[in-house]
Design a protein around this ligand. Structure first.
Ligand code: PGA
Length: 259
C-alpha cells in the first residue's frame, strides 16, 4: 500500500528578516534535497515582508510557502491587514489561520477566523487552520468541546474539505513556556478532531491532514508522528535552525519506514 504523505513545516513567527529567511530556505532546501517532496510536504511560513524574496527560493527547493495571517476581504479600509490578492502576488500557497497567538494575544475570534477560512477557499489557498484549548479549558475537561466549537465555527462556510489542513496546537504546549502534549493525549485529541470532521464532511474527512504543534522537538517528534491520526508536525523553535529541522525530518522518515 502506498504510504501517506507526511506534513512537516514551521511558522517562523516574528523572527527572521529577509536575509535570514532566504538563507534559512537555501540551507533547508539543500539539506533536504534527497527527501522526496511526494513523501514529505515540506512547508515554511515566514513573515510577510520576507515572502517576495522567499518565493523563488522556496520554489527552487520544492518547499511550500505560507503566510501567517490574511484578511477576509480582497481590498478595503483595513489598515494593517493583508489581502489574499497581495499574498497571491508573492506566490503564497498556504495561509495559516487562527494560530493561538492570533487568537489569544491579538484577540481574533472564531467568527473572524470563519470569514478568513471562507476567503482562503475562495482564492484557492491551502488553509492551515490552527485550533487548541487553553490550560484552563483542559483543566475543566472542556478540551473536546473547545475543539468542536473552533471547528464548527471556523469551517462553517466550507462544504468540502479540499485544501484544508488542521493543526492541533494546545495553547499550553506552545512556545518557551509550553510543555509538549504527551503522545497519548495528542492522539486522543486528534481522534476527537477526526470524529468531528467526519460528522461534517463524511468519509472525505479521512483525507484532511491533521498536524500536531506545540513544543515539538527532536526528543518527541518520532513518538508523536507514529500516533494514529497524526499526519504531520507543525514546529516552531526546534525547526528554526535548518540543521536541527533536517535532523527531525530524517528521524521521522526513518521512524516511519520512509527511509
Ligand atoms: P513551538 O511553537 O514549537 O515553539 O512551541 C509551535 C507553534 O506556535 O506553532
Amino acid at each position: 500500500m502506498e504510504q501517506k504523505k507526511i506534513y512537516l513545516g514551521t511558522n517562523t513567527k516574528m523572527y527572521k528578516n529577509i536575509t535570514q529567511t532566504v538563507e534559512y530556505l537555501e540551507r533547508l532546501g539543500t539539506l533536504t534535497a534527497d527527501v522526496s517532496r511526494q513523501t514529505v510536504e515540506l512547508f515554511v511560513i515566514p513573515s510577510f515582508t520576507t515572502l517576495q524574496a522567499a518565493n523563488p527560493v522556496a520554489q527552487r527547493y520544492g518547499i511550500t510557502l505560507g503566510a501567517q495571517n490574511m484578511c477576509w476581504e480582497d481590498e478595503g479600509q483595513f489598515t494593517g491587514e493583508i489581502s489574499p490578492l497581495m499574498l497571491q502576488e508573492v506566490g503564497v500557497r498556504i495561509v495559516e489561520l487562527g494560530h493561538s497567538e492570533r487568537r489569544h494575544v491579538l484577540g481574533e475570534t472564531d467568527g473572524m477566523i470563519r470569514r478568513k477560512v471562507a476567503c482562503a477557499r475562495r482564492h484557492g489557498f491551502t488553509t492551515l487552520l490552527c485550533i487548541g484549548e487553553t490550560q484552563e479549558e483542559k483543566a475543566r475537561g472542556a478540551s473536546e468541546q473547545v475543539l468542536r466549537t473552533q471547528l464548527e465555527i471556523g469551517l462553517a462556510e466550507l462544504e468540502t474539505p479540499q485544501n484544508l489542513w488542521i493543526a492541533y496546537e494546545p495553547v499550553w504546549a506552545i512556545g518557551v513556556n509550553g510543555r509538549p502534549a504527551s503522545a497519548t493525549y495528542a492522539a486522543q485529541m486528534h481522534a476527537a478532531i477526526r470524529r468531528i470532521l467526519r460528522e461534517k464532511f463524511g468519509a472525505s474527512a479521512e483525507e484532511i491532514p491533521l498536524l500536531y504543534g506545540g513544543s515539538v522537538c527532536r526528543e518527541n517528534a518520532c513518538e508523536l508522528i507514529c500516533q494514529p491520526d497524526i499526519d504531520g508536525l507543525f514546529i516552531g523553535r526546534s525547526a528554526w535552525n535548518a540543521e536541527a529541522f533536517q535532523q527531525i525530518i530524517e528521524d521521522v522518515l526513518r521512524q516511519t519506514g520512509r527511509k
